[in-house]
Design a protein around this ligand. Sequence first.
Ligand code: ZN
Length: 308
Amino acid sequence: MRLEGLHHITAITADAPRNVDFYARVLGLRLVKKTVNQDDPTVYHLFYADERGSAGTDLTFFEYPGARRGRAGAGMVYRIVWRVASEEALDFWAGRLADEVSGLEREPGRLRFEDPEGMSLELAMVETADEPLVAQHPEIPAELALQGFDHVRAYSGRPEQSRRFLEETLGFEAAGETAWEVRGGQRGSFYVYGPPPAEVGMGGAGTVHHVAWASPMEDHAAWRERVAASGARPTEVIDRFYFRSVYFREPSGVLFELATIGPGFATDEPMEHLGESLSLPPAFEHLRDQLEPVLTPLPDPRGARAER
Ligand code: ZN
């Protein structure tokens, strides 16, 4: 039983329209699902990914309108890293992002910057045999596009306390003192710790809420059992409609999820129209008439393109 690398990463935005503009228009990801937070259906849960909504590319945001900025601290993910193919791609992105972001830092092999709410992002030139998972965007040539997640970095003051759980329970493979590879039959990614800052972390806009690792559908229940047997306290399996989820904290405090690869985002709308209209899981469909007027109006990135 192996996990297939990252499934999705979920963060928090206080400004959903700006979030759509940045991730869809600027970074060129596809908004593959516009749905609501299942714990509070009056606000969005937005999903950005490659063209097909593949596991390993999916960055999602809970919308908390008016939330204050958070800051990453011990036990939190503090950076998201995507793969790109070449230095040429990094040069392209350095140019494209120059007027769009703050904190832009170009180094050999990588480009770092912040999203509009201060979340730390990085593009890294990575040699890998994994399939590039890209979204289509008229201003971004496919060979320069983001190709899916490479890794996340989390703050831990005592990474050793997580080693046994990561390696023996979750099957992560050590890839250095504070880095692990999570690789299945199809795909892999990395989990890396960095030393935490002195200030205590604070959830809020521009911070990562949790990170999800990909499980084949048929292994999911067994993964939950294995996590429970280790002494961690997994939730029950929760049906998120687009995938099934189990949540628990790893010993360094980072909130992990194990999410199934499938059923996927084309479950309730056709692949060619993903994310264009509001999707409500069946349990929320009866609320549509009440929800549509209260949800924040959002730009339609591909519609705006078509009109030009
Ligand atoms: Zn999740």
